[in-house]
Design a protein around this ligand. Structure first.
Ligand SMILES: Cc1ncc(COP(=O)(O)O)c(C=O)c1O
Length: 371
């Protein structure tokens, strides 16, 4: 079976480096907000081209605290995609605000600026753009909308670490960039972890306060915050892995290019890379109307292919009390019915890639309906 993701080969390659770093953190006995976190915050911010990095407990907290730093709360609306992982809208809801879903564009599976504009009301306070699967969202257009309407712009970079738009890394294109270091991510830790990047000193200070109970000086609390910190052991491991990320992302791009070349002339629509964009292929996601049958066929052929995501957020019980969306979400619903992600991790071998392609090519989709 070729799995969608396999971590053990990569771990074997960096075992000595990671274990030395983890032991160093362990033996230091400085477990919370110590030198490893401080160094990783600076290294990760510099690698991306941001001024400040604030380590937090996970990607969900990164989004939640970024929105809170912008002042988002009860009575506000936050526009985000419906076709994304639940945390994007969940984090907005956790601030007390209402998540308002806008539609996506099928080329990049990212927010459609026209739909965002149509979803704006006098209560809109912020937009959360998701760089889904590792492809940058149309940040220039979203930036222009945010500026025109005086809205905050947050980037959900959980899947896009290293991706660039016009040479600039995602996470530095809005007011705040939010990252997840969940083990499956392009830069994955050895447990949960997250980071907020910003180049705005006031926002950086607010996120830093919010992650530590709203205080600058211990036991003096200026706002109600939470406890959400990246821990020293995670930071020590992530510092090692950050040194390999460029090469790993390059290998993902090579694998994607092989998949795309192999899919030419077949029934499957491969993902695209928009102008000025560098995709980092957290997922390699194709589209076909006969998706469910293809997925079954792939599984029977020994290939793990997964649907990210099978149910849009506007159709989830968790968000049903917000009522129906004011804008059409038909493109999101089409994506939900047609996407399928192929095995993708830097250690995939040429032989495994060939097996995946053979499985796709040996499937005969149902003929498209007439009309
Ligand atoms: C798009 C997106 N946003 C947010 C998150 C949340 O990150 P975490 O699992 O670290 O809380 C994830 C990943 O799980 C994600 O894929």
């Amino acid at each position: 079976m070729i799995p969608i993701l396999e971590l053990s080969t990569q771990y074997a390659q960096i075992k000595t480096e990671v274990e030395e770093a983890v032991l160093r953190a362990l033996r230091s006995t400085h477990y919370i907000l110590g030198p490893e976190v401080e160094a990783f915050e600076a290294e990760f911010a510099a690698w991306n081209g941001a001024q400040f990095g604030i380590g937090v407990g996970n990607g969900t907290d990164a989004l939640h605290l970024a929105l809170r730093a912008l002042g988002v709360g009860a009575g506000d609306e936050v526009i985000c995609p419906s076709f994304t992982f639940v945390a994007t809208a969940g984090a907005a809801a956790l601030t007390g605000a209402t998540p308002v879903f806008a539609d996506i564009d099928l080329r990049a599976y990212a927010l459609d600026p026209a739909s965002v504009e149509a979803a704006i009301t006098p209560r809109t306070r912020a937009i959360v753009a998701v760089h889904l699967y590792g492809h940058p969202a149309p940040m220039e257009e979203l930036q222009a909308i945010a500026r025109r309407h005086g809205l905050g712009l947050v980037e959900d970079c959980a899947q896009s670490t290293g991706a660039t738009l016009q040479g600039r890394r995602t996470g530095t294109l809005g007011d705040l960039g939010c990252f997840s270091f969940f083990p499956s991510k392009n830069l994955g830790g050895i447990g949960d972890g997250g980071m907020v990047l910003t180049s705005n000193p006031e926002l950086a200070e607010r996120v830093r306060m919010l992650r530590g109970h709203g205080s600058k000086v211990r036991y003096y609390h200026e706002m109600v915050g939470t406890n959400s910190r990246l821990d020293e052991i995670q930071a020590a491991a992530l510092r090692v892995k950050l040194r390999h990320l460029e090469a790993w992302n390059l290998r993902r791009r090579e694998i994607a290019a092989t998949y795309t070349a192999g899919l030419q002339g077949t029934y499957a629509k491969p993902p695209i890379e928009g102008p000025g964009c560098e995709h980092v292929y957290h997922q390699y996601t194709l589209r076909t109307p006969d998706r469910d049958a293809l997925q079954k066929h792939m599984q029977a052929s020994g290939v793990g292919a997964v649907v990210y995501y099978p149910v849009c957020l506007h159709m989830q019980k968790a968000f049903s009390h917000y009522g129906p969306s004011t804008v059409s979400l038909s493109v999101s619903e089409k994506a939900q019915a047609e996407v399928l992600s192929l095995p993708m991790f830097p250690e995939l071998t040429g032989q495994q890639i060939e097996t995946v392609l053979r499985a796709i090519k040996s499937f005969s989709p149902a003929p498209a309906p007439v009309g």
